[in-house]
Design a protein around this ligand. Structure first.
Ligand SMILES: [Zn+2]
Length: 508
């Protein structure tokens, strides 16, 4: 009913403005369903007496004011790292693992294997679940890359660049058919077939306005302006900042463009979401930047921009690491001013540094302010799905209640990260640690290892590489001191100390 009333208020507002199509804007097509509700209210109003009409109009106006004061809740999905293995199970049950494992007999499991990239059945079940749980009533879908893992190793095993492009086409079709009346906003990952960019504009033209298609064709990045509300999505091509072969100061002028977009957003009092594949900072599970990480000079520049525009950036959404984690960005005087959410992958994974079950997220946000209110993470327990021959996706957790947040803010995330460094916070760390691997690696409360907790803490709270490395080194020294005082040191603690010490020494 609330939505109906708001729909009615919206329609009356639009009707008075007599500028229906303009007010709706291009992205506003997604609001069409709500406006249809508005028609019903409007038709009902026509049947009322003048006095009733006036009362109802006043009520609707109040509702409209209240709605704008409190904002309207909207939802969006974030799906990332699908890693479809197009040959899964077809070559004597073999499979391919983007991380380099996989191989013979890995492709026998119906919904996937922790040592393999995704079979089609897993991806299909994920997308079907999105549609069934929350298909119509969403504002958009963020899709942050890697359709098919392709590198020099894949070429040796008979995988071809054309497979990569076919995978991207098929996944685009799957999402387009599933979300036929919604918008999907994709970005490219490092192994996606990005060149030439015009392939992308052909593939995604049904989702993007002309201005977005133009910058996408030039540099693989674009922005989406939501005209009715003041939320802007900025979809980045992080490959330009991560590719080691590119020595340009500003590859494809993405920095120039981004700063221009942020300046305009600030002037127009918009709020902004930054979306990309590879986030700045280090991999919390490997205690070092990954091979595909953002290059140091671009990493520093990204942080500088986020600090300067922190007042309008209300969310940053990335994938790539396959783990469930977050980052906190601080102002120059040490105040938490912005956050980044890293969503886990749809593809399962098992590596020495960490594993994960398939997962994805549904975000809840205030559509007027862009303020993220919460998210629900859905996951698939892969062993159970394979045993039962049924992919039963379920809620893994809900962010605010899982960690006891008052709200989703840089301050609350900062406090969570800080708690990891003290014994009292080990309960929260063990919760975080279980979610980090999407329910594949649990820790008993007494098994929380101070060195692990510290390395996660450093990756979360020190997105700047130099600060990250000195955070690791400080942790290594503190642990070494506590060891020399005679406290019990486990084997893994010792091993981590050696790694941390080594990293600290090579990066000084
Ligand atoms: Zn990646």
């Amino acid at each position: 009913m609330r939505n109906w009333v708001r729909g009615g208020a919206t329609l009356i507002g639009v009707w008075i403005a007599d500028d229906f199509s303009l007010a709706l804007g291009r992205w506003g097509v997604a609001s069409a369903a709500r406006v249809v509700h508005g028609h019903v209210i409007f038709a009902a109003l026509c049947l009322l007496s003048n006095r009733d009409m006036a009362l109802m109009a006043e009520f609707l106006l109040m509702s409209s004011v209240l709605a704008s004061a409190h904002g309207r809740l909207g939802y969006f999905w974030h799906i990332t790292d699908l890693h479809w293995d197009i040959h899964y199970g077809t070559e004597s049950h073999n499979c391919w693992h983007g991380g380099g494992g996989g191989g013979r007999d890995g492709g026998q499991q119906q919904f996937g294997d922790h040592n393999c990239d995704s079979p089609w059945s897993l991806i299909q079940s994920a997308v079907r679940m999105m549609r069934d749980k929350h298909g119509d009533n969403i504002e958009f879908v963020l899709w942050t890359g890697i359709s098919y893992y392709f590198n020099s190793l894949s070429r040796k095993s008979g995988r071809l660049p054309s497979h990569s492009l076919n995978a991207l086409k098929n996944l685009t079709t799957l999402l387009r058919n599933t979300f036929s009346s919604q918008f999907v906003f994709p970005v490219m990952g490092h192994d996606d077939p990005i060149y030439p960019y015009r392939h992308l504009t052909t593939l995604w033209k049904q989702w993007l306005p002309n201005e977005a298609l133009y910058t996408l064709s030039k540099g693989g990045y674009y922005t989406i302006e939501q005209k009715v509300r003041k939320l802007r999505l900025v979809l980045l091509n992080t490959n330009l900042w991560a590719a080691s072969q590119n020595n340009d100061e500003d590859p494809e002028n993405q920095w120039l463009w981004l700063e221009d977009v942020l300046q305009k957003s600030q002037r127009n009092k918009e709020t902004v979401y930054l979306v990309g594949h590879v986030a700045p900072g280090a991999d919390e599970r490997q205690a070092m930047p990954t091979r595909k990480s953002i290059l140091p000079r671009h990493n520093a520049k990204y942080l500088d921009l986020v600090r300067r525009y922190a007042n309008i950036i209300t969310g940053q959404f990335f994938g790539h690491l396959h783990s469930d984690s977050f980052r906190v960005i601080y102002s120059d005087d040490g105040k938490p001013v912005s956050w980044i959410f890293l969503a886990p992958s749809v593809t399962p994974r098992r590596t020495q540094s960490g594993s994960n079950n398939p997962a994805l997220r549904l975000y809840k946000f205030d559509t007027d302010t862009g303020q993220v209110q919460d998210y629900v993470q859905y996951y698939l327990d892969l062993s159970t799905a394979n045993r039962d021959h049924r992919a039963e996706w379920q809620i893994e957790y809900n962010l605010t209640s899982y960690y006891g947040f008052r709200q989703v803010s840089a301050r609350d995330l900062h406090e969570l990260a800080e708690s990891f460094t003290v014994p009292d916070g080990h309960l929260l760390f063990s919760r975080y640690y279980l979610a980090n691997s999407v329910q594949t690696s649990g820790l008993g409360l007494h098994d929380v290892n101070a060195a692990w907790a510290h390395s996660h803490y450093c990756a979360i709270s020190r997105v700047d590489y130099t600060q990250y490395q000195s955070c690791l080194a400080t942790g290594a020294r503190a642990l070494a001191a506590s060891t020399s005082l005679g406290s019990r040191t486990t084997h893994s603690n010792k091993l981590l100390l050696i790694i941390l010490g080594y990293l600290a020494s090579v990066t000084r």
